[in-house]
Ligand binder design. Sequence first.
Ligand code: ADP
Length: 272
Amino acid sequence: REIATDMRTLKDQVERFARNKKTEIETLQVRENYRKEFLGNISHELKTPLFTVQGYIDTLIDGAHKDKVIRKKYLERAQKGVERLTYIVKDMDMITRLEVGDMRLEKDDFDIVKLMKQVFDQFEMKAARKNISLVFDMNYNNKIMVHADKERIQQVVSNLIVNSVKYGKQNGTTEVAIEDLINNKVIVRVTDNGEGIKKEFIPRLFERFFRVDRTGSRREGGSGLGLAIVKHIVEAHGERIYVDSEIGIGSEFSFTLEKVSSSIEDIDVVVE
Ligand code: ADP
């Protein structure tokens, strides 16, 4: 009987080992597919601007450089292409580091109102080109202290505001608001009255390289990685990101942050 029990235990162990190995192999296969797909996307994304730059340089060498006006125009276009390549590579670097978990958050206490204001100022020119008004739905002098990685949150806010301007309509509005939630959280909202997003695309928005309209996104200088980066950063903070959008009405992207409890609330007042 002992031999039979031993045999059963051994069989169980072998089966468990086989099951573990199978899962390990499946995980490796998923990772390998992911890697292949990512590499495929990368080369595809880089090819378009590279060909553009190459095209202008070739034309200049072939004689276009002799005309002063054309020379300037083509050089400027080539420069734009290089700029585009630079931020695609930067976004790719960022998403790779976020996805392999190679980016440690450096959390600090900072004023989110001030940070939003800085980002707004940065995009004023871009918004002005489409005559989009940037509306801050609260007093700039309010101070809301949050606990998060300031640089990363700045990137989140920038990506959301850039999108609201890129996909916002001419003469439209981008509105930013920060509201208190229960449990010491705040929610940051970036709302536009632009083209909106079809319901069926909403679950895919945060995928790498997903775009509703490929040509539109490229024309606006998108890398297709902005929202994937946003989601990673927000979730790395243990927070959540939400989207609410309707075609022809506009979109609202919002995310939560941890609030620093104010010093007054923190003090236990003892009444004698
Ligand atoms: P992209 O570089 O293409 O802007 P993102 O990851 O930032 O990449 O966004 C993915 C896609 O989501 C965009 O291509 C666009 O189709 C859609 N999208 C993002 N933000 C908005 C918005 N505010 N309004 C409408 N569509 C948006």
